[in-house]
Design a protein around this ligand. Sequence first.
Ligand code: IP8
Length: 254
Amino acid sequence: MDGVSDIVVVKLGGSVITNKDTPCSLRADVVDSLSNVLGRSPLKKVVVHGGGSFGHYYAKKAGISTSCGPVEDIDDVFLTREAMFELNKHLLRSLHAHGLHPYVISPFVESRDEYLVDFFLNLLGSGFTPVLFGDVIPCKGGFKVISGDDISYLVCSILKPSRMIFCIDVDGVYPSSKMDGAIISEFDCKMLRNFVGSNKKFDVTGGIRRKLEIACKIASLGTDVLFVNGFKPDVVLKALNGLYDVGTCIRGKR
Ligand code: IP8
């Protein structure tokens, strides 16, 4: 125990909290049930959320991706971020309605200063739940999307939490792109090299393979990583309570 390991980082996937078939369409009932579960957990939590049909819709339309590049019209940066703030506002209200005190942090600077450790610990110690989300950030030569998964890694590298939970739209990681049969209960990062997985076309930030790459980086920090079905609040609660057999787990390197 290093004093901060009772923290859990929870990433709420955009495909869980939004309906990706319709631009800017919130799954208010899902947001509510997840907020309820998060509100019931006594753990210190950092919540990160994705873009779904809000941020991804505008980023894709404008050709803004995870690679740094010029944007034709900087208004597209505004519109993408505005959509993310809109989505974030819904989530904040819901978390607050379920007894949490969300403290939104954006933009998230790609820095791992000691300052940030204290920044988070002071917030958590005061009873706040830091909330972050995928964003569009400036880079040399233009702008790029920083995904909520990348942000989760940055948060984990700052806080070294005991656990990181990815709430995704299926039960866990499937061995093949067909996503049928049983999920992988324990994913060994050595499997990554040959892992194909599905790559959903909607996202500008990549599919399950990219998620697993990030999850393995997080596990290398010593953090256990879980992929669970965000549509199943009881499963998310079990994961928060420390049960690992409710989805796909990647054991943190000890
Ligand atoms: O859904 C994407 O975050 P993600 C954020 O976590 C934007 O990949 C702005 C599209």
